[in-house]
Ligand binder design. Structure first.
Ligand code: ATP
Ligand code: ATP
Ligand code: CA
Length: 218
């Protein structure tokens, strides 16, 4: 279903979100205070506007209250990011997602009602560190401080074993929710089918249990 997004702040983060959403077929309204930044996304936005996100009158004029989703991706100017977020939340936009610059910025955004807060540099840094130090972790989603969903590569050690013989729920308190084989995701893997080297296991569990699984089986 086509959705309407407004993106305020078109640095690397905001402009790449604009590009992706636009290519997915959504309506994207892109706003930046800097005309050059706005011109750079002209081909990846439904419409664009040069203006200051902190300007309440501007937000009224562009009808910000009608958007399902507003992304505030103003970087270094923390004050502008906070003020813009505050105004957008005042217009009762249901989903306001904001890029935070540091932990104080994060706290303030939380207090004023930002619905999701991102730290792309920090998050990408953790992710790259995880890829660099593990041959088997392909990707992960953190669900909370303790729980994750993780994609792991089946190595020689696990090849030939089955879900029955592994019994991950009993032995590791985690659950294999799907197995990817040659790019196809099987969400109801047959527990008696042998796992092949190169299959990708998608597991959910406590991070410590997932690590135990990885160290024990991969
Ligand atoms: P990125 O990491 O995404 O490249 P950055 O951390 O380098 O961003 P900035 O360049 O400071 O952050 O900000 C991102 C964008 O937000 C810039 O294009 C800037 O022009 C725009 N911006 C800054 N202040 C405002 C504002 N008040 N209203 C709208 N856009 C703004
Ligand atoms: P990030 O997006 O990761 O927050 P940034 O886009 O704001 O970073 P900078 O702050 O310009 O980029 O650079 C990142 C770091 O690289 C800074 O800590 C800076 O001191 C350091 N740095 C810049 N130039 C050099 C250099 N020539 N040698 C070593 N370190 C450097
Ligand atoms: Ca940056």
């Amino acid at each position: 279903m086509k959705k309407q997004f407004a993106i305020i702040g078109l640095g690397r983060f905001g402009s790449s979100i604009s590009k992706e959403l636009y290519h997915m077929g959504h309506e994207v309204f892109a706003i930046d205070i800097d005309e050059k930044k706005v011109n750079a996304v002209k081909d990846y936005a439904t419409s664009t506007y040069v203006g200051n996100g902190t300007d309440e009158a501007l937000l009224t004029n562009i009808g910000i209250r009608n958007f399902d989703h507003v992304i505030v991706a103003i970087g270094d100017d923390i004050q502008a990011s906070i003020l813009t977020t505050l105004h957008v939340k005042d217009f009762d936009v249901p989903n306001v997602w904001v890029k935070a610059q540091n932990d104080y910025h994060h706290k303030v955004l939380e207090k004023i009602g930002a619905d999701r807060i991102f730290h792309p540099e920090k998050e990408m840094g953790s992710r790259i560190a995880a890829y660099l130090t593990s041959d088997t972790v392909l990707d992960y989603i953190d669900l909370s401080a303790d729980y994750s969903i993780i994609e792991m590569l089946a190595t020689k050690k696990i090849g030939g074993k089955t879900l029955i013989s592994l019994d991950p729920r009993k032995n590791y308190s985690c659950t294999i929710i799907a197995i990817k084989k040659q790019g196809k995701v099987d969400v109801t893997p047959d527990p008696s089918d042998p796992i092949k080297v190169g299959d990708i296991l998608i597991l959910i569990g406590d991070k410590r249990d997932l690590r135990r699984f990885r160290e024990g089986e991969l």
